[in-house]
Design a protein. Structure first.
Length: 650
């Protein structure tokens, strides 16, 4: 009999220090709502990828943190929480400081604005959350991820209402975040947190609801057709099982909910219109409507299986011998599965060699009607080796300080071996090393490492193993993708990290001094104030671009000028102003605007190209020459050669 049937269920309050008062119902509800809004709000804004969403988030988080400082008489901070706060401040400060040596200061300031979201979000969570409210914060996070995933799956089940032509062309779930791999890792983190609640919630209803979410979350991950999310989920699950102190009970719950969850993926994989690129809308609609009630039935089945396990835990007496036999059986099945895998796929080094060859192979070419299931079994890196190599070469040129936050794109365009267009190195750690140097990477490791230490210390806390698994899944996925650039994903990981830190609190936690509280408040207010300035500037840039798209040149100029006034460190306002002036045949003023922009960022090849369009004669030739030096493989320059009169076409 399972460990689940041998011990009474662990209550959330079992490990709480006696000195800590339980949170009030209003405090618990507020914590859950705040967490849900933080994740869902940023996810709804395209994952908060675009600069126009950063200011809103940072301002909200900043003032939440200030209110937490003002309303709580005592603020207890452990050593690891102090380290995390210092790490957040250090990474953000080093990002801003890199503008002094950055190749493109404008992009560095944008990176700083995004970092302020993480700074204020992390500060607010640490100051607001108590050990007794950790389950409620996690409940809010899980509810938000489940809601996001439900909407995402809805675009597959109801494509005629929630989908689009472009969505069907790729046919990979990405809404509302806008990037399928980001949605995939978010769903994977939700699976692990949901598993924790399904196994350890103190209420039967909570366990059933968490189990019911698992088929939706796993189906969402499947329909993204990304490999990285599955790898991160698998490794995160191994971490969860490795550190959990009631491993057999967790395995029992996993085995109970696995059939319904696996059935959802199995049935979905057999629907051709849901698993191929560019299906007809009518066929996608028909198969989506057919799968919807099946998924709903599997959701109910997963909840029912959780209820059965919960009933068995409460009714069956402890059986030590049964526990031993059950553990032996689990290990036997595990060994058999490993042996079968080795017999089927070869030795570990043979598998590693095959994976490496697949990773180096070129990606599968996109074509209408392509079976997307094939992607899950082809581990092509899609050019990541070239991206990582470029980041390493950039590091060799600037080993200590880096080339400045946000400058990887500049280095890539100048040195790329192929025509691949990317902005990021698809690795948080290599990109940090290239842009912020070894100092920046060390600070990042301090920031990200503290929650892992806390999680290992608090492994007996009911939810810690699942949360640590979710946190590790993010860290693994971030090694091969640009999760840091999607705040909805990174904020979710930060909230998980804060839960690990708070779960490790002890009655001897330090009480923050008045000086420290004032310092934290000043940092939050300053971050919110700068974010407000950045918000106005970024919105003005976006408004100018929108006006230009509608050919409202007067408004485009006015918005561009407002962007210049509010964000003088950015070249984007001058760029928008020059583009509007050029469209109105004001080449003289356009050239002046582009030169103002180049005075801020001389390494932006697009500004040199814009200057070439506004110039003539020798000035045009020099501008094109500078643009080509910064982007030798630019198709824009190649196809504009004849129009610019630079190089005769052969």
């Amino acid at each position: 009999m399972a460990d689940a049937a041998l011990a009474r269920p662990t209550e959330f309050v079992a490990g709480l220090p006696a000195s800590e008062r339980p949170a009030s119902p209003l405090g618990r509800l507020g914590t859950a709502l705040a967490a849900a809004l933080a994740v869902a709000g940023t996810a709804a804004a395209s994952g908060a990828y675009f600069p126009t969403s950063w200011g809103w988030a940072a301002i909200a988080f900043g003032w939440t943190g200030v209110l937490a400082l003002l309303m709580r008489e005592r603020t207890g901070l452990s050593t690891l929480e102090m380290v995390t706060l210092a790490g957040l401040a250090a990474v953000t400060g080093w990002t801003a400081l890199s503008a002094t040596w950055s190749l493109e200061a404008g992009k560095t300031f944008l990176e700083f604005e995004r970092a302020l979201v993480y700074l204020t979000g992390g500060f607010a969570a640490i100051l607001l959350v108590r050990r007794s409210t950790v389950p409620y914060l996690l409940g809010g996070v899980l509810a938000a991820i489940t809601g996001i995933s439900t909407y995402a799956v809805g675009t597959r089940l109801l494509p005629e209402r929630l989908g689009s032509v472009g969505y069907l062309l790729e046919n990979r779930l990405s809404a509302p975040l806008g990037y399928w791999n980001a949605l995939g890792i978010l769903a994977a983190m939700g699976v692990l947190i949901g598993l924790g609640f399904a196994a350890r919630s103190r209420s039967v209803l909570g366990r059933a609801l968490a189990a019911a979410a698992l088929p939706i979350l796993v189906t969402t991950l499947y329909f993204t057709f990304g490999r990285g999310g599955w790898i991160a989920l698998g490794l995160g699950l191994l971490v969860t099982l490795a550190i959990d102190n009631r491993r057999l009970q967790l395995i029992t719950v996993l085995l109970a909910v696995a059939p319904a969850t696996a059935a959802a993926v199995w049935i979905a994989s057999g629907s051709k219109a849901l698993t191929t690129t560019g299906p007809p809308l009518s066929e996608a609609t028909r198969q989506g409507h057919h799968f919807a009630p099946i998924l709903l039935a599997l959701v109910v089945a997963a909840a029912a299986s959780s209820l059965v396990v919960a009933w068995a835990e409460r009714r069956l007496p402890p059986m030590p011998r049964g526990r031993i036999l059950y553990g032996i059986a689990v290990w036997f099945v595990f060994i058999v599965l490993v042996a079968a895998g080795l017999a089927r796929y070869g030795s570990p080094w043979t598998i590693a060699d095959r994976v490496w060859r697949d990773f180096k192979a070129p990606p599968i070419a996109f074509a209408p009607g392509q079976n997307l299931n094939r992607r899950l079994f082809k581990l092509s890196g899609r050019g990541r080796i070239d991206l990582w190599r470029a980041a390493w070469h950039d590091t060799e040129a600037h080993p200590l300080l880096g080339s400045g936050a946000g400058t990887y794109e500049t280095y890539w365009f100048q040195h790329r071996p192929t025509g691949l267009i990317v902005r990021d190195a698809h690795s948080l750690y290599l990109e940090t090393l290239a842009e912020l140097g070894s100092v920046g990477l060390a600070l990042l490791f301090v920031l990200l490492g503290a929650p892992i230490i806390a999680g290992c210390r608090a492994r007996r806390y009911p939810l810690v193993s699942a949360v640590l698994g979710a946190y590790v899944a993010y860290l693994i996925h971030a090694a091969g993708d640009w999760d840091w650039e999607v705040p909805a994903v990174t904020l979710t990981a930060l909230l998980a990290g804060v839960c690990l830190l708070r779960a490790a609190d002890t009655p001897s936690e330090r009480v923050a001094s008045l000086t420290l509280r004032i310092s934290l408040g000043v940092i939050l207010i300053a971050a919110a104030a700068f974010s407000l300035v950045g918000l106005v500037g970024n919105r003005a840039v976006a408004a100018s671009g929108g006006a230009a798209a509608q050919q409202h040149w007067g408004k485009a100029e006015a918005d561009a000028q407002r962007a210049i006034d509010w964000a003088p460190w950015s070249p984007d306002g001058w760029r928008r102003l020059g583009e509007a002036q050029l469209q109105q045949a004001d080449a003289v003023d356009a050239r002046a605007s582009f030169r103002h922009a180049l005075a801020i960022d001389r390494h932006d090849w697009t500004l040199w190209f814009d200057l070439a369009l506004a110039s003539h004669g020798l000035q045009r030739r020099e501008a094109v020459k500078a643009a080509l030096k910064l982007n030798p493989l630019s198709p824009e320059i190649y196809y504009a050669r004849r129009a610019l009169g630079i190089v005769p076409e052969h």
